[in-house]
Design a protein around this ligand. Structure first.
Ligand code: ADE
Length: 232
């Protein structure tokens, strides 16, 4: 998989992509991540990438020409076969299901918005999808793009042992059951006896019941057969 990220702050990505699982995935050639500075295609002596909004109002809007130029320069003929995603608080919600879809693609491009917004023509004529990572407003799309890359790359075949993916929160539609490791007793708190019993079927039943109870308590909206309490 190849991922191209378009941003005016490429340096923000050094930390998250330079460590741990994402770094290993890149080193092993499972994924290529390229960062592109939109400002290289900015206009004028100051390589400007933003301007005041038509119609008035506060703040600045990221202009269309530098974003189009940057994306077209980098993607070239691949532009039509690339999912081009704009990170924005008004996008469709990014979920585990979306991460699964993206992890199947050969090419992904992420555009990080800044300022008060992005010229509508970028949305209408360049991007194929708009994603939000949650109902809050970040100072820009960079952190959101890191979240999307992290959640997507770990699902690319070979990046993580697939057994650990099957049982985690959201994969099964439930939150994850509790985990314990040694020591058996810590500050007087012990491990549930069932986990020491060796009865695999009983352990699986217990884990499912725990996952269901936790999901019912914290995220009733994830249980399709049950009405959320405040809708009753
Ligand atoms: N840019 C600013 N806020 C965002 C959000 N919640 N998701 C994606 N991109 C954003």
């Amino acid at each position: 998989m190849r991922i191209d990220i378009f941003t005016i702050f490429p340096g923000m990505f050094d930390g998250p992509f330079g460590e741990s699982i994402i770094r290993r995935a890149v080193e092993r050639g499972l994924v290529t991540i390229q960062l592109h500075d939109i400002r290289e295609h900015g206009t004028g002596r100051h390589r400007s990438v933003d301007d005041t909004p038509y119609g008035g109002g506060a703040g600045m809007v990221m202009a269309a020409p530098p974003i189009f130029a940057s994306v077209e320069h980098v993607l070239g003929d691949h532009i039509r076969e690339t999912e081009i995603i704009l990170m924005s608080p008004s996008g469709e919600r990014f979920t585990q299901a979306v991460a699964q879809q993206l992890s199947q693609l050969d090419r992904l491009a992420l555009i990080c918005g800044r300022y008060e917004g992005v010229d509508q023509r970028v949305r209408d004529h360049l991007v194929t999808r708009e994603l939000s990572i949650g109902d809050y407003v970040l100072t820009g799309g960079e952190l959101a793009a890191m979240v999307v890359v992290d959640a997507t790359v770990r699902l690319v075949p070979g990046v993580i042992d697939s057994a650990s993916l099957d049982e985690e929160s959201h994969a099964s539609g439930l939150l994850e059951y509790p985990h314990y490791t040694r020591p058996y007793e810590f500050r007087g708190w012990t491990v549930p006896e069932i986990l020491l019993s060796g009865h695999h079927a009983e352990i699986a039943k217990w884990r499912h019941a725990q996952a269901l109870a936790l999901t019912r308590q914290r995220r009733p909206d994830m249980l399709p057969d049950e009405e959320p309490a405040d809708n009753l």
